[in-house]
Write a protein that binds this ligand. Structure first.
Ligand code: HEC
Length: 340
């Protein structure tokens, strides 16, 4: 308090050796909307517990400097070797999760807390009627008693929810609406068991009223069968380079280990005809209008080819496991010295 400087925790110094940090770079509660209840003096916060393995960028270790690279996620951490770092330390990984917390900002106390099965959940709405609403990554829209967090109502939307619900009155009737669909900054973590990964990512506006009877059509589990891969034999070092580039430029959206978090295409599932135009998609940006920007300002054709080899290799490995040919998939091709 005297100096205003943060107190450093030397146990979490990741300069020499990588460390799990919780919360990771996605923070603990600063994305989805929280809700304020002035009468109760509480805020209802969608908190997230999302650990990340922190290792200072190899470039810093080697040269004592860190160059900001436009067109990718620059957080000073080693991204190229992330899959390797993750695998090496998976046994100590803190369990990810989330919780809706009724928090008193004046005392710092948590009045009640409800666990969510995943960490990346929806924003919160507290109503004057004493209810707290939240949608979650498992696809449930829930209403809780604001006094104690008791679950009072739940509706399965079969897709992950990110947006906060809103309430409004029309012709003397109160309604509750929510936009469904996952996304945001959760893509990086890769494949999980969330509703959007399981059933698909549906952008829907759902509106509820007391006595409402409509139901959603039953959802079916998405077909995620990895197509047969035509793999050209390439050296492990090339795959390692592709992996480093993928982790630096693509994993942020398409997911670590080329396993997608559900809202952006899983590149392991790319059909052959899409693979044929891979470089046009990535370099020219022919899908830019849909959010897949051109990377020709930061990547060269030869680099994109290496990324494509890596994606095919990951797809091939995971497919072998599904077919029962291999017991476990190869996840990384990086040698110790390689970084990007
Ligand atoms: C900022 C997020 C983002 C990043 C980073 C990103 N992509 Fe994409 N990518 C998308 C989106 C969104 C789509 C879906 C576009 C569409 O629906 O047509 C997509 C689609 C694709 C497709 C076509 C998928 C299909 O099913 O047809 C390929 C191939 C692809 N990306 C490769 C890459 C590669 C390689 C990189 C890294 C160099 C990369 N992307 C980085 C967002 C991203």
């Amino acid at each position: 308090m005297e100096t205003g400087r943060p107190v450093e925790n030397s146990e979490l110094d990741y300069l020499e050796k990588e460390k799990w940090v919780l919360p990771g770079s996605a923070g603990a509660h600063n994305w989805q909307a929280m809700s304020v209840d002035v009468d109760a003096g509480l805020v209802y916060i969608p908190t997230q517990e999302s650990p990340l393995i922190f290792s200072i960028a190899d470039e810093w270790k080697q040269f004592g400097s860190y160059r900001r690279d436009p067109g990718r996620w620059n957080i000073g951490l080693e991204m190229g070797r992330l899959a390797q770092l993750f695998i090496d330390n998976v046994a100590e990984q803190p369990t990810p999760g989330g919780a809706l917390k009724a928090f008193d900002p004046l005392t710092g106390e948590t009045k009640w807390s409800v666990r969510n099965p995943y960490y990346w959940n929806g924003g919160v709405l507290a109503s004057a009627g004493g209810l707290v609403f939240q949608g979650d990554a498992a696809g449930q829209l829930s209403a809780y008693d604001k006094e104690n967090g008791e679950l009072l109502w739940q509706f399965n939307t079969y897709t992950s929810i990110l947006a906060p619900p809103v309430t409004f009155e029309f012709n003397n009737r109160q309604y509750l609406s929510v936009l469904t669909g996952g996304g945001g900054a959760d893509l990086f973590g890769g494949e999980t068991d969330t509703a959007s990964t399981k059933y698909g990512n549906f952008g829907r506006l759902l509106t509820f009223a007391l006595g409402g009877k409509e139901e959603l059509p039953p959802a079916s589990v998405v077909d995620k069968i990895i197509p047969e891969q035509t793999r050209i034999a390439v050296e492990s070092a090339v795959l390692g380079e592709g992996e480093g580039l993928y982790n630096n430029y693509c994993a942020m959206c398409h997911g670590l280990l080329a396993r997608s978090g559900g809202s952006i295409p899983d590149l392991r599932l790319l059909p052959a005809e899409r693979h044929e135009i891979f470089d046009r998609i990535v370099l020219e940006g022919i899908l830019a209008a849909n959010g897949m920007a051109a990377f020709n300002d930061v990547l060269k054709k030869a680099q994109v080819e290496k990324i494509q080899h890596y994606v095919k290799a990951r797809a091939w490995e995971d497919r072998q496991v599904v077919l029962g040919i291999k017991e476990s998939a190869q996840l990384t091709w990086l040698s110790d010295k390689q970084s990007r």
